[in-house]
Design a binder for this molecule. Structure first.
Ligand SMILES: Nc1ncnc2c1ncn2[C@@H]1O[C@H](COP(=O)(O)OP(=O)(O)OP(=O)(O)O)[C@@H](O)[C@H]1O
Ligand SMILES: [Mg+2]
Length: 412
């Protein structure tokens, strides 16, 4: 069903407004319109009448088209504004387009009005479709990355749990053998006490001993215990990291140990980088605590590490023929803390260096990236923390992202 358009007409000559309306009706367009000619009326109807389209003249007795355009752009940025005028200078027309006018139609050539209106409305529709799609996409991406992270963590926990299980079952088997042997020794001791160690008891014990491979037990039991403890430690570390990562709702800046936050995030994201890269850290122990939003800071580190791993994967493939390296360094100077995250990945080609922070800019295939990581990171570091986020890169060598944070950001 076609909806009725609301058209606001800024025009002091009623006959001219009628001409426009007639032109639109001639083409079967359904609309209701309102004509205004003063600034006050224009401002009022912009809100009250809430038009889908504005048609405006440049010159009015008490108002002018360009000022109207400015007001409309501010109050109703999405509503197309088409100028309808007699002959005007080219400069004025260009200025209008620069200021955001949608189109320009001469009064003498009103037959162009309908195509211009149709095009303008189509653009609005396309834009809103696009925005809608982008929102959906970013929502899906968020869910997907949570899913991926959860799957990664499950995998991380699964491996140590598995060998803790295997080792414990092995120890259970050993325990049976050892206990039965101890039983034989006790029997032997009892007989010895009673002074009647028969040949039968001795040979029974000898047989039991030879059934048990002592050499093997001495070697393997301590190893199994050691490995199990390591596995348990590993799980405990992951759980601790997850807890810190998801620390609920600290929305105020708190004094954060940046080195610890980085180590936590590296652990959480292990599954994202370990197949393609080694991880090196060089964390300055004298780093002061930094007043910041820990969740947001972790998110930035995560985004940059994932990007680094992707860039390395494009060089080393699945990592089976050698891995790349991600290096995370921290240092402090004056009242700033600097974090440098370097990778031995592809580097960033010159042509796209100016765009990597743009929303939705991505070079990755669908499903792998939506181009939001760096946009979000930039906004977190620069807007929320008064810091800087920059990069150095060389094609074929790699990239370093540099985060600088003021130790005590200016309060905003
Ligand atoms: N370390 C890097 N090495 C090479 N290119 C990079 C690196 N980091 C970012 N880029 C480039 O910048 C683009 C934008 O990065 P960004 O993190 O904003 O989005 P994405 O990784 O593509 O998607 P998302 O982060 O939303 O999953 C990437 O697609 C990639 O082309
Ligand atoms: Mg990214």
């Amino acid at each position: 069903m076609e909806k009725t358009l609301r058209i606001l007409i800024l025009e002091d000559v009623p006959a001219d407004a009628k001409l426009m309306e007639r032109e639109l009706r001639k083409e079967g367009m359904r609309f209701s319109s309102k004509r205004v000619e003063t600034k006050e009326a224009f401002q009022k109807e912009l809100m009250d009448f809430d038009p889908d389209l504005i048609l405006g003249d440049y010159r009015l007795p008490s108002f002018d088209g360009l000022s109207a355009l400015e007001i409309a752009r501010e109050k109703r940025p999405k509503v197309p504004f088409i100028f309808i005028s007699g002959s005007i200078g080219e400069e004025l027309a260009i200025e209008a387009l620069k200021k955001g006018a949608t189109d320009h139609v001469f009064k003498e050539r009103l037959s162009r009005l309908v195509p211009a209106v149709n095009r303008a409305l189509r653009e609005v529709e396309e834009r809103s479709d696009r925005e809608h799609l982008q929102i959906q996409l970013s929502q899906a991406q968020k869910l997907e990355s949570i899913g991926q992270l959860a799957a990664g963590i499950a995998h991380e926990i699964n491996t140590p749990i598995q060998y803790v299980g295997d080792n414990t079952r092995f120890l259970q088997g050993c325990q049976k053998e050892i206990f039965s042997l101890i039983e034989k020794y006790r029997h032997f001791l009892r007989s010895a006490k009673e002074g009647e160690v028969s040949q039968a008891v001795i040979s029974e014990l000898e047989k039991a001993e030879s059934d048990v491979d002592f050499e093997y037990l001495f070697q393997e039991v301590p190893k199994a215990i050691q490995q199990s403890l390591e596995g348990v430690d590993r799980v405990a570390k992951i759980v601790r990291a997850m807890k810190e990562f998801s620390h609920p709702g600290i929305k105020e800046k708190t004094a954060v140990d940046i080195n610890k936050a980085i180590e936590t995030t590296i652990t959480i994201a292990r599954n994202e980088w370990k197949y393609v890269s080694e991880m090196m850290t060089d964390l300055d122990p004298s780093l002061p605590l930094v007043l910041c939003l820990p969740d947001d800071f972790n998110q930035v580190i995560l985004n940059i590490i994932v990007n680094a791993a992707h860039a390395i994967a494009r060089v080393v493939g699945d990592g089976s023929k050698g891995k790349g390296t991600i290096t995370v360094k921290t240092k402090s100077e004056d009242n700033w803390v600097e974090v440098r995250i370097s990778d031995t990945g592809t580097g960033i080609p010159e042509e796209i260096r100016g765009r990597i922070f743009d929303p939705f800019f991505t070079t990755k295939e669908v499903g792998k990236g939506t181009g939001q990581g760096l946009t979000i990171s930039h906004s977190i570091i620069v807007k929320k923390h008064g810091g800087t986020l920059t990069f150095e890169t060389e094609e074929g060598k790699g990239t370093t992202f540099i985060i600088r944070l003021p130790v005590e950001p200016k309060t905003d």
